[in-house]
Design a protein around this ligand. Structure first.
Ligand code: HEC
Ligand code: HEC
Length: 291
Protein backbone atom coordinates (compact mmCIF):
# COMPACT_ATOMS: atom_id res chain seq x y z
CA UNK A 1 0.00 0.00 0.00
CA UNK A 2 1.14 3.50 -0.74
CA UNK A 3 1.43 6.19 1.99
CA UNK A 4 -1.81 7.75 0.93
CA UNK A 5 -4.92 5.80 1.92
CA UNK A 6 -7.76 5.18 -0.46
CA UNK A 7 -10.92 7.28 0.09
CA UNK A 8 -14.32 5.62 -0.18
CA UNK A 9 -16.24 7.26 -3.01
CA UNK A 10 -19.71 7.21 -1.50
CA UNK A 11 -19.07 8.28 2.10
CA UNK A 12 -15.85 10.19 1.52
CA UNK A 13 -14.29 8.33 4.46
CA UNK A 14 -10.81 6.82 4.41
CA UNK A 15 -10.80 2.99 4.16
CA UNK A 16 -8.63 0.76 6.33
CA UNK A 17 -7.54 -1.51 3.53
CA UNK A 18 -9.49 -4.50 4.89
CA UNK A 19 -11.74 -5.89 2.24
CA UNK A 20 -14.09 -8.90 2.08
CA UNK A 21 -15.71 -9.82 -1.21
CA UNK A 22 -15.59 -6.24 -2.33
CA UNK A 23 -16.91 -4.83 0.95
CA UNK A 24 -14.41 -2.35 2.35
CA UNK A 25 -13.98 -1.34 5.97
CA UNK A 26 -14.19 2.40 6.61
CA UNK A 27 -11.76 3.96 9.05
CA UNK A 28 -14.13 5.58 11.61
CA UNK A 29 -12.07 6.05 14.81
CA UNK A 30 -13.83 6.34 18.22
CA UNK A 31 -14.73 9.91 19.09
CA UNK A 32 -12.08 11.63 21.18
CA UNK A 33 -14.42 12.42 24.08
CA UNK A 34 -15.31 8.72 24.30
CA UNK A 35 -11.68 7.65 24.38
CA UNK A 36 -10.74 10.18 27.08
CA UNK A 37 -13.71 9.10 29.17
CA UNK A 38 -12.46 5.52 28.91
CA UNK A 39 -8.94 6.53 29.99
CA UNK A 40 -10.48 8.60 32.79
CA UNK A 41 -12.47 5.66 34.17
CA UNK A 42 -9.38 3.43 34.05
CA UNK A 43 -7.41 5.95 36.10
CA UNK A 44 -10.39 6.33 38.47
CA UNK A 45 -10.60 2.57 38.99
CA UNK A 46 -6.87 2.40 39.82
CA UNK A 47 -7.40 5.01 42.53
CA UNK A 48 -10.44 3.06 43.72
CA UNK A 49 -8.44 -0.16 44.00
CA UNK A 50 -5.85 1.63 46.14
CA UNK A 51 -8.19 3.33 48.65
CA UNK A 52 -11.11 0.86 48.87
CA UNK A 53 -11.20 -2.91 49.56
CA UNK A 54 -10.93 -4.39 46.06
CA UNK A 55 -8.79 -7.42 45.33
CA UNK A 56 -10.30 -10.63 46.72
CA UNK A 57 -8.10 -13.12 48.57
CA UNK A 58 -9.04 -16.57 49.83
CA UNK A 59 -10.81 -15.42 53.00
CA UNK A 60 -10.73 -11.65 52.77
CA UNK A 61 -10.03 -8.80 50.34
CA UNK A 62 -7.38 -6.05 50.33
CA UNK A 63 -8.33 -3.45 52.95
CA UNK A 64 -7.66 -0.26 50.96
CA UNK A 65 -5.92 2.87 52.29
CA UNK A 66 -9.10 4.33 53.78
CA UNK A 67 -9.96 1.18 55.73
CA UNK A 68 -13.63 1.47 54.69
CA UNK A 69 -16.01 -1.49 55.20
CA UNK A 70 -19.75 -1.83 54.74
CA UNK A 71 -19.92 -3.51 58.15
CA UNK A 72 -18.32 -0.51 59.87
CA UNK A 73 -20.66 1.75 57.93
CA UNK A 74 -23.73 -0.09 59.29
CA UNK A 75 -22.24 -0.10 62.77
CA UNK A 76 -21.80 3.68 62.65
CA UNK A 77 -25.31 4.13 61.33
CA UNK A 78 -26.77 1.92 64.05
CA UNK A 79 -24.79 3.78 66.72
CA UNK A 80 -26.16 7.04 65.39
CA UNK A 81 -29.74 5.72 65.54
CA UNK A 82 -29.21 4.34 69.04
CA UNK A 83 -27.71 7.68 70.07
CA UNK A 84 -30.75 9.48 68.69
CA UNK A 85 -33.13 7.11 70.51
CA UNK A 86 -31.21 7.07 73.76
CA UNK A 87 -33.13 9.98 75.27
CA UNK A 88 -36.48 8.24 74.79
CA UNK A 89 -35.36 4.68 75.68
CA UNK A 90 -33.82 6.14 78.87
CA UNK A 91 -37.24 7.57 79.65
CA UNK A 92 -38.93 4.20 79.01
CA UNK A 93 -36.50 2.37 81.23
CA UNK A 94 -37.21 4.84 84.06
CA UNK A 95 -41.03 4.83 83.69
CA UNK A 96 -43.51 2.13 84.64
CA UNK A 97 -45.95 0.81 82.05
CA UNK A 98 -48.88 2.96 83.26
CA UNK A 99 -46.80 6.12 82.94
CA UNK A 100 -45.60 5.03 79.48
CA UNK A 101 -49.17 4.50 78.28
CA UNK A 102 -50.17 7.92 79.65
CA UNK A 103 -47.46 9.88 77.79
CA UNK A 104 -48.46 10.12 74.08
CA UNK A 105 -44.92 10.62 72.73
CA UNK A 106 -43.29 7.87 74.81
CA UNK A 107 -46.26 5.58 74.20
CA UNK A 108 -46.04 5.96 70.41
CA UNK A 109 -42.32 5.21 70.43
CA UNK A 110 -42.74 2.21 72.77
CA UNK A 111 -45.49 0.72 70.60
CA UNK A 112 -43.45 0.89 67.40
CA UNK A 113 -40.30 -0.40 69.12
CA UNK A 114 -42.38 -3.19 70.70
CA UNK A 115 -43.90 -4.07 67.34
CA UNK A 116 -40.49 -4.69 65.80
CA UNK A 117 -39.31 -6.76 68.80
CA UNK A 118 -42.57 -8.73 68.52
CA UNK A 119 -41.82 -9.56 64.87
CA UNK A 120 -38.51 -11.13 65.87
CA UNK A 121 -39.46 -12.95 69.08
CA UNK A 122 -43.18 -13.61 69.28
CA UNK A 123 -44.70 -14.19 65.83
CA UNK A 124 -43.55 -17.81 65.59
CA UNK A 125 -46.06 -18.69 68.33
CA UNK A 126 -48.60 -15.86 68.34
CA UNK A 127 -48.75 -15.27 64.57
CA UNK A 128 -47.66 -12.24 62.55
CA UNK A 129 -50.76 -10.30 63.48
CA UNK A 130 -50.76 -11.66 67.06
CA UNK A 131 -53.92 -13.55 66.09
CA UNK A 132 -52.74 -16.75 67.81
CA UNK A 133 -53.66 -20.32 66.89
CA UNK A 134 -54.58 -23.56 68.66
CA UNK A 135 -52.81 -23.44 72.06
CA UNK A 136 -51.50 -19.91 71.42
CA UNK A 137 -53.77 -17.14 72.56
CA UNK A 138 -54.95 -14.35 70.29
CA UNK A 139 -53.56 -11.11 71.73
CA UNK A 140 -55.92 -8.86 69.75
CA UNK A 141 -59.05 -9.69 71.67
CA UNK A 142 -60.09 -8.59 75.11
CA UNK A 143 -60.10 -12.07 76.59
CA UNK A 144 -57.12 -12.71 78.85
CA UNK A 145 -55.94 -15.94 80.43
CA UNK A 146 -53.68 -14.26 82.97
CA UNK A 147 -55.03 -10.73 83.03
CA UNK A 148 -55.08 -7.79 80.65
CA UNK A 149 -54.05 -4.92 82.92
CA UNK A 150 -50.80 -3.20 81.92
CA UNK A 151 -49.05 -4.68 84.98
CA UNK A 152 -50.39 -8.20 84.30
CA UNK A 153 -49.18 -8.12 80.71
CA UNK A 154 -45.74 -6.88 81.77
CA UNK A 155 -45.54 -9.71 84.31
CA UNK A 156 -46.59 -12.34 81.75
CA UNK A 157 -43.93 -11.20 79.28
CA UNK A 158 -41.26 -10.76 81.97
CA UNK A 159 -41.58 -14.16 83.57
CA UNK A 160 -43.46 -16.25 81.04
CA UNK A 161 -46.05 -18.94 81.71
CA UNK A 162 -45.01 -22.32 83.14
CA UNK A 163 -41.44 -21.43 82.13
CA UNK A 164 -39.27 -24.25 83.47
CA UNK A 165 -36.39 -21.90 84.45
CA UNK A 166 -37.86 -18.60 85.66
CA UNK A 167 -38.69 -18.96 89.40
CA UNK A 168 -41.30 -16.15 89.17
CA UNK A 169 -43.09 -17.61 86.17
CA UNK A 170 -46.89 -17.78 86.15
CA UNK A 171 -47.86 -21.24 87.29
CA UNK A 172 -50.75 -22.79 89.24
CA UNK A 173 -52.20 -26.24 89.72
CA UNK A 174 -52.50 -27.75 86.25
CA UNK A 175 -55.87 -28.91 84.99
CA UNK A 176 -56.16 -32.58 86.02
CA UNK A 177 -56.37 -35.33 83.40
CA UNK A 178 -59.94 -36.26 84.35
CA UNK A 179 -60.24 -38.90 81.62
CA UNK A 180 -56.78 -40.39 81.48
CA UNK A 181 -56.47 -40.61 85.28
CA UNK A 182 -60.01 -42.01 85.68
CA UNK A 183 -61.22 -39.13 87.84
CA UNK A 184 -64.42 -38.92 85.80
CA UNK A 185 -66.21 -41.66 83.91
CA UNK A 186 -66.65 -41.32 80.13
CA UNK A 187 -70.34 -40.65 80.82
CA UNK A 188 -69.54 -37.80 83.21
CA UNK A 189 -67.11 -36.39 80.67
CA UNK A 190 -69.73 -36.25 77.96
CA UNK A 191 -72.15 -34.71 80.48
CA UNK A 192 -69.78 -31.95 81.56
CA UNK A 193 -68.63 -31.45 77.94
CA UNK A 194 -72.23 -30.76 76.95
CA UNK A 195 -72.61 -28.45 79.93
CA UNK A 196 -69.57 -26.43 78.77
CA UNK A 197 -71.15 -26.18 75.29
CA UNK A 198 -74.35 -25.00 76.94
CA UNK A 199 -72.79 -22.17 78.96
CA UNK A 200 -70.81 -21.15 75.87
CA UNK A 201 -74.08 -20.77 74.01
CA UNK A 202 -73.28 -23.56 71.54
CA UNK A 203 -75.49 -26.46 70.50
CA UNK A 204 -75.65 -29.15 73.19
CA UNK A 205 -77.57 -32.22 74.33
CA UNK A 206 -79.79 -30.95 77.14
CA UNK A 207 -80.28 -34.43 78.65
CA UNK A 208 -76.51 -34.61 79.19
CA UNK A 209 -75.94 -30.96 80.07
CA UNK A 210 -78.34 -31.04 83.05
CA UNK A 211 -76.40 -33.64 85.05
CA UNK A 212 -73.24 -32.04 83.62
CA UNK A 213 -73.92 -28.94 85.70
CA UNK A 214 -73.39 -30.98 88.87
CA UNK A 215 -70.16 -32.48 87.53
CA UNK A 216 -68.98 -28.98 86.70
CA UNK A 217 -69.77 -27.59 90.15
CA UNK A 218 -67.89 -30.42 91.85
CA UNK A 219 -64.85 -30.64 89.57
CA UNK A 220 -64.37 -27.51 87.52
CA UNK A 221 -65.79 -24.45 89.27
CA UNK A 222 -62.83 -24.17 91.65
CA UNK A 223 -60.64 -23.14 88.71
CA UNK A 224 -63.04 -22.01 85.98
CA UNK A 225 -65.49 -20.16 88.27
CA UNK A 226 -69.06 -21.00 89.30
CA UNK A 227 -70.48 -19.94 85.94
CA UNK A 228 -67.42 -20.74 83.83
CA UNK A 229 -66.30 -17.12 83.88
CA UNK A 230 -62.66 -18.19 84.30
CA UNK A 231 -60.07 -17.19 86.89
CA UNK A 232 -57.12 -15.14 85.75
CA UNK A 233 -55.10 -15.75 88.92
CA UNK A 234 -55.13 -19.45 87.93
CA UNK A 235 -54.74 -18.98 84.19
CA UNK A 236 -58.02 -20.91 83.86
CA UNK A 237 -59.82 -19.73 80.72
CA UNK A 238 -63.32 -18.34 80.64
CA UNK A 239 -65.56 -21.09 79.25
CA UNK A 240 -68.86 -19.23 78.88
CA UNK A 241 -67.69 -17.19 75.92
CA UNK A 242 -66.82 -17.73 72.26
CA UNK A 243 -63.04 -17.47 72.69
CA UNK A 244 -61.22 -20.82 72.72
CA UNK A 245 -57.59 -21.64 73.27
CA UNK A 246 -57.83 -25.25 72.12
CA UNK A 247 -61.11 -25.15 70.20
CA UNK A 248 -64.81 -25.11 71.04
CA UNK A 249 -66.19 -28.33 69.60
CA UNK A 250 -67.32 -31.22 71.84
CA UNK A 251 -64.33 -33.12 70.48
CA UNK A 252 -61.87 -30.36 71.47
CA UNK A 253 -63.38 -30.06 74.93
CA UNK A 254 -63.35 -33.84 75.45
CA UNK A 255 -59.72 -33.88 74.36
CA UNK A 256 -58.85 -31.28 77.01
CA UNK A 257 -60.77 -33.32 79.64
CA UNK A 258 -59.01 -36.55 78.75
CA UNK A 259 -55.48 -35.30 78.20
CA UNK A 260 -55.22 -31.62 79.14
CA UNK A 261 -52.49 -29.43 77.69
CA UNK A 262 -50.61 -26.90 79.74
CA UNK A 263 -49.41 -24.04 77.56
CA UNK A 264 -45.84 -22.85 78.03
CA UNK A 265 -44.62 -19.39 77.17
CA UNK A 266 -40.95 -18.50 77.67
CA UNK A 267 -39.85 -15.73 80.05
CA UNK A 268 -38.37 -12.71 78.26
CA UNK A 269 -36.87 -10.36 80.82
CA UNK A 270 -33.60 -12.28 81.16
CA UNK A 271 -33.27 -12.37 77.39
CA UNK A 272 -34.48 -8.95 76.27
CA UNK A 273 -34.18 -6.75 79.35
CA UNK A 274 -36.71 -4.67 81.21
CA UNK A 275 -37.02 -1.83 78.66
CA UNK A 276 -37.84 -4.12 75.74
CA UNK A 277 -40.38 -5.99 77.88
CA UNK A 278 -42.18 -2.72 78.60
CA UNK A 279 -42.14 -1.80 74.91
CA UNK A 280 -43.63 -5.21 74.07
CA UNK A 281 -46.33 -4.73 76.69
CA UNK A 282 -47.16 -1.33 75.20
CA UNK A 283 -47.51 -3.00 71.79
CA UNK A 284 -49.70 -5.83 73.14
CA UNK A 285 -51.87 -3.28 74.96
CA UNK A 286 -52.25 -1.31 71.74
CA UNK A 287 -53.63 -4.46 70.08
CA UNK A 288 -56.07 -5.81 72.59
CA UNK A 289 -57.00 -2.66 74.42
CA UNK A 290 -56.17 -4.38 77.69
CA UNK A 291 -58.29 -4.02 80.77
C1 HEC B 1 -42.84 -20.67 72.30
C2 HEC B 1 -44.09 -20.05 72.00
C3 HEC B 1 -44.30 -18.61 72.48
C4 HEC B 1 -43.54 -17.50 72.22
C5 HEC B 1 -42.25 -17.43 71.43
C6 HEC B 1 -44.22 -16.40 72.83
N1 HEC B 1 -45.36 -16.82 73.45
FE1 HEC B 1 -46.69 -15.66 74.42
N2 HEC B 1 -47.76 -17.31 74.94
C7 HEC B 1 -47.49 -18.60 74.52
C8 HEC B 1 -48.48 -19.50 75.07
C9 HEC B 1 -48.54 -21.01 74.85
C10 HEC B 1 -49.33 -18.72 75.86
C11 HEC B 1 -50.53 -19.22 76.64
C12 HEC B 1 -50.08 -19.97 77.85
C13 HEC B 1 -51.26 -20.58 78.57
O1 HEC B 1 -51.86 -21.50 78.02
O2 HEC B 1 -51.57 -20.10 79.67
C14 HEC B 1 -48.85 -17.35 75.76
C15 HEC B 1 -49.44 -16.26 76.38
C16 HEC B 1 -49.06 -14.94 76.21
C17 HEC B 1 -49.69 -13.81 76.85
C18 HEC B 1 -50.85 -13.88 77.83
C19 HEC B 1 -52.16 -13.87 77.10
C20 HEC B 1 -53.33 -13.93 78.05
O3 HEC B 1 -54.43 -14.16 77.55
O4 HEC B 1 -53.17 -13.73 79.27
C21 HEC B 1 -49.04 -12.68 76.42
C22 HEC B 1 -49.35 -11.24 76.79
C23 HEC B 1 -47.99 -13.11 75.53
N3 HEC B 1 -48.04 -14.48 75.43
C24 HEC B 1 -47.11 -12.27 74.90
C25 HEC B 1 -45.98 -12.72 74.22
C26 HEC B 1 -44.95 -11.84 73.73
C27 HEC B 1 -44.95 -10.33 73.84
C28 HEC B 1 -44.01 -12.64 73.16
C29 HEC B 1 -42.69 -12.24 72.52
C30 HEC B 1 -41.75 -11.56 73.37
C31 HEC B 1 -44.46 -14.01 73.27
N4 HEC B 1 -45.66 -14.01 73.91
C32 HEC B 1 -43.77 -15.09 72.77
C33 HEC B 1 -46.46 -18.99 73.71
C34 HEC B 1 -45.45 -18.17 73.25
C1 HEC C 1 -56.77 -27.02 88.71
C2 HEC C 1 -57.52 -26.10 87.88
C3 HEC C 1 -58.47 -26.64 86.83
C4 HEC C 1 -59.52 -27.51 86.99
C5 HEC C 1 -59.97 -28.21 88.26
C6 HEC C 1 -60.15 -27.62 85.68
N1 HEC C 1 -59.48 -26.87 84.77
FE1 HEC C 1 -59.97 -26.69 82.81
N2 HEC C 1 -58.33 -25.55 82.54
C7 HEC C 1 -57.45 -25.15 83.53
C8 HEC C 1 -56.37 -24.40 82.93
C9 HEC C 1 -55.21 -23.75 83.69
C10 HEC C 1 -56.62 -24.39 81.55
C11 HEC C 1 -55.76 -23.72 80.48
C12 HEC C 1 -54.62 -24.61 80.09
C13 HEC C 1 -53.61 -23.85 79.23
O1 HEC C 1 -53.63 -22.62 79.24
O2 HEC C 1 -52.81 -24.52 78.55
C14 HEC C 1 -57.85 -25.11 81.33
C15 HEC C 1 -58.45 -25.30 80.09
C16 HEC C 1 -59.70 -25.86 79.92
C17 HEC C 1 -60.39 -25.92 78.65
C18 HEC C 1 -59.89 -25.36 77.33
C19 HEC C 1 -60.47 -23.98 77.15
C20 HEC C 1 -60.16 -23.34 75.82
O3 HEC C 1 -60.31 -22.11 75.73
O4 HEC C 1 -59.81 -24.05 74.86
C21 HEC C 1 -61.58 -26.54 78.88
C22 HEC C 1 -62.66 -26.80 77.87
C23 HEC C 1 -61.62 -26.87 80.28
N3 HEC C 1 -60.46 -26.44 80.87
C24 HEC C 1 -62.68 -27.49 80.89
C25 HEC C 1 -62.63 -27.95 82.19
C26 HEC C 1 -63.67 -28.73 82.78
C27 HEC C 1 -64.96 -29.14 82.12
C28 HEC C 1 -63.25 -29.03 84.05
C29 HEC C 1 -63.94 -29.91 85.07
C30 HEC C 1 -64.22 -31.25 84.67
C31 HEC C 1 -61.98 -28.38 84.25
N4 HEC C 1 -61.63 -27.75 83.10
C32 HEC C 1 -61.27 -28.38 85.43
C33 HEC C 1 -57.55 -25.39 84.87
C34 HEC C 1 -58.46 -26.24 85.43
Amino acid sequence: MSGKREIDEISGVEVTGHEWDGIKELNNPLPRWWLYTLYGTIIWSLGYVVVYPAIPGLTDATKGLWGWSSRADIRNEMNMVAEGQKAITDKISAMDITAIMADPEVRAFAISAGASTFKVNCVQCHGSGAQGGPGYPNLNDDSWLWGGTPEAIVQTIQHGIRDPIDPDTRITADMPAFGKDGMLTPEQISQVGNYVLKIAGLGNDEALATPGAEVFKANCASCHGDNGEGKQDMGAPQLNDAVWLFGGTLQDITHQLNTPRHGVMPAWEARLGDTKVKELAAYVLSLGGGQ
